[in-house]
Structures are given as C-alpha cells and as structure tokens.
Design a binder for this molecule. Structure first.
Ligand SMILES: *Cc1c(COP(=O)(O)O)cnc(C)c1O
Length: 399
C-alpha cells in the first residue's frame, strides 16, 4: 500500500532519539529561524498553541480575525480561545488560497488581524497582500505556514511577509518534530513578549513526555514501513484508530489536554534533524509534484489547481467530482489518496450558529467536497509515483 502521506524519517531522526543533548529546544529554535531566514523562532507544543499565544502577545482581544473558510479547523479554534472572533473568507478557485479581494472587503473597524495561509504549500500572492496591507495598516498580517514552510512568491519567502508566521510540526507536515509548532518573527519586542508569555503559561515537559513522544515516533516509523501499513489501514477502516487519526470533534472548540506542556527535548532533536535535510525534502517534493501534474494533465475528471511558482507541496491536491469512486478504485490498486480538509469551517456545527446565515463560501464548500491529495513525500521514488499515476488512470477509466 502506498500511504497518502509519509513522514521522511530515517537514521538521522532515529539516532536523534538516543542522542541526549542539553538545550535541544533552544538549538532547534535557532536552526529553524536560520532555515526560515528569520531573526526569532519560538517553539510551542503545537502550532495552534503558537497562534493562540501570538494573538494574545499582540494584544488582540474581542477583535475580528480574518482567516480562510477552507483551512485547518484548529486555526479557528485558536482564534476563539484567544478571546477573538474568526471571520471566514471564501477561497479562490485558482490556487485554493483565501480570496484577498473578499478578505479586504471583510475588513471593518473591529478587525485586528488577518491570517494569510499558503494552503497545500501554494504560496499566497504577496503582491496583492502587500497592497491590502498598505491600504489597511491597522490590520496585523500573520502568515500560516503550516502547509508551506518556506514557499516563495516571486522569490520572496511567505513567512517573512507579515508580523509573524506560525508553523505546525506534527507527523503529517513537510517537516516534523513529532508534534510541536513554531512562531517566527523579525520583531525583537514581539519575540521577547511571546517568549515571556509562553514561559509563564506553559509547564515544563516532564521526562515522561520525551519517552511518550519517542515511542510515538518509533511506532510511526514502523507503521509507515510497507509491510505494516496495510495493517494500519485495516485498523483505520474499522475505526480503531479514530482516537489517533480524528483530530477534531465537529461540535467542539477545544485544545489537546497537553496544549500548554512545553515541547520535549526529543521532539526538538528530531526537529533539528529534519531541518538539516529540509532543502533536499523540498526539492524532492517539487520534483514529484511536477511529475504527477505532467503525467496526469490530460486526465478527464481531474483538475489541478494552479499555484504560483514557489510552491513547496505539502500536498499535491487535485479536484474531482468523482472523489469517492476514485478513492475506492485506487485503494483497491494499493494506492491511498487523501481527502485533506474535507470541511468548510463555517458549515461545521461548532461555527455555524455564529455565522451570518446570509453569507456563503461557495468555493470553500466545493473544495471540501472535491479535493483529493496524491501520495508524496521527500523520499518518494519513480516506481511509486508511476504506480499512483497508473492507479488513477485505471480508476478514471472505470467511471
Ligand atoms: C497543521 C496546521 C496548523 C497547526 O496545527 P497543530 O496541529 O496545532 O500543530 C495550522 N494551520 C494549518 C493550515 C495546518 O494544517
């Protein structure tokens, strides 16, 4: 079975588990800041914790925060839990990112911040974002780089185009520190304030957290090996892994119980190992994304979004009205397609009631129903990419 995503874990990460090191978290923060070309990187137990405390450090309270309707739901949760109100804006069909024209129209006197997301690693249009910012200097721009890391718009890294950027580092992201998140910024005062706030609010990672995270990583390395992955799928289909794979409850706005327990040393060591090979992983992703898009360009019933040049491809997304049929047919041929983000946040029960019933998010709603993602990883190979292409072609013939 070719899994829908695969973390790039090997000897460097495995050996990092056993290489105890003082100040590993501070080291990882420095490595991360250097790779992202930013002055400061501040680590958190999750990306959403980073966003929550960032909004607080920015002094935002009882304000409107603009974000995409089509993004990871934990972003909306962090906005609500910080004491602010999410304002959802529809996506644009071209690259699946938030439509910045609609975003600008949604700005009002209450607006405190705008979260620009480079979804799937498709870079957000920094030219248009810059114009929006110039016209609305009171609106703080936060980059959500959980999918994109260092995606570039005309050569400019997206994470640098705003007050701060947030990153998620769980096992499904481009680079992982097992769990964990980062906030980067060039603003010295903001960095100092955020660090202070974090250190006041989060508790130290107990020794047992490193052990549990190391065990999780070892289990992941095993689970993603080709022999075991079929078994994992079997468990998943029977709902036995729901506790691990379903990361949200549609009706609840909450955070994990350990959302304020510091990043563990073992996570930081794995994170540094990943950052060391970050460039290589991205090059590979770019190669396989181009391969898929070239090989499947003519396939009827499948359309690829058209992101800007500097995408980093956390996901190779495609849109199809035949999603369920394609998923079932390719699954039977040993290829697992993903349905990353199969919801439109303002339609979820936790958010529906707070939205204006006159408002619509037609593009986001369509993406939620039609987006699939093709298997990719930084350590992919031609044989596997070929198998995915063949399985998709065969699946389309059966429609
Ligand atoms: C993963 C992700 C985050 C942060 O997720 P955590 O699980 O809290 O680390 C934020 N935004 C997007 C778009 C994501 O995919």
């Amino acid at each position: 079975m070719i899994p829908r995503f695969k973390p790039d874990l090997g000897w460097p990460e495995f050996s990092a588990l056993f290489r105890r090191k003082r100040g590993a978290v501070a080291c990882f923060e420095q490595d991360f800041a250097a790779e992202m070309g930013q002055k400061h990187a501040i680590s958190f137990p999750y990306g959403r914790t980073g966003l929550l405390l960032l909004l607080e450090a920015l002094g935002l309270k009882d304000r409107a925060v603009i974000c995409p309707a089509y993004t990871c739901v934990v972003v909306a949760h962090a906005i609500v839990l910080s004491g602010n109100r999410p304002v959802f804006v529809d996506s644009q069909a071209s690259d699946c990112n938030m439509d910045l024209e609609l975003a600008e129209r949604a700005i009002g006197p209450e607006t405190g911040a705008l979260i620009a997301t480079s979804i799937f690693g498709h870079p957000v249009d920094l030219d248009r974002l810059g114009e929006l910012s110039a016209r609305n200097p009171g609106v703080i721009v936060i980059q959500d780089c959980a999918h994109s890391f260092s995606a570039e718009w005309r050569g400019r890294p997206v994470q640098q185009a705003g007050k701060a950027a947030i990153f998620g580092l769980n096992i499904s992201k481009i680079a992982t520190s097992i769990f964990g998140g980062m906030v980067t910024t060039d603003d010295d005062a903001l960095a100092a304030m955020l660090r202070q706030l974090r250190d006041r609010r989060q508790s130290r990672a107990p020794w047992s957290k490193s052990v549990r995270r190391a065990a999780y990583l070892l289990a992941s390395i095993a689970a993603f090996s080709p022999h075991v992955y079929g078994t994992v799928r079997w468990l998943e289909r029977r709902g036995l892994l729901d506790r691990f794979s379903r990361y949200f409850d549609e009706a609840l706005i909450d955070m994990p119980a350990d959302a304020l327990v510091a990043m563990s040393s073992v996570e930081a060591r794995v994170g540094s190992a990943q950052i060391a090979k970050y460039r290589t992983m991205i090059e590979a992703r770019r190669r396989w994304a181009a391969y898929y898009r070239d090989s499947l360009a003519d396939l009827p019933g499948l359309r690829f979004p058209q992101p800007g040049q500097g995408a980093t491809w956390s996901h190779v997304a495609a849109l199809t009205p035949h999603r369920d049929a394609l998923l079932a047919h390719t699954q039977a041929r040993g290829v697992q397609l993903g349905t990353i983000i199969d919801y439109n946040i303002p339609e979820m029960s936790a958010y529906r009631a707070s939205q204006n019933p006159e408002e619509f998010w037609p593009v986001a709603a369509r993406l939620a129903r039609t987006a699939i993602n093709l298997p990719i990883s930084g350590s992919f190979c031609e044989r596997r990419a070929r198998r995915v292409v063949d399985a998709l072609r065969a699946a389309v013939r059966t429609l």
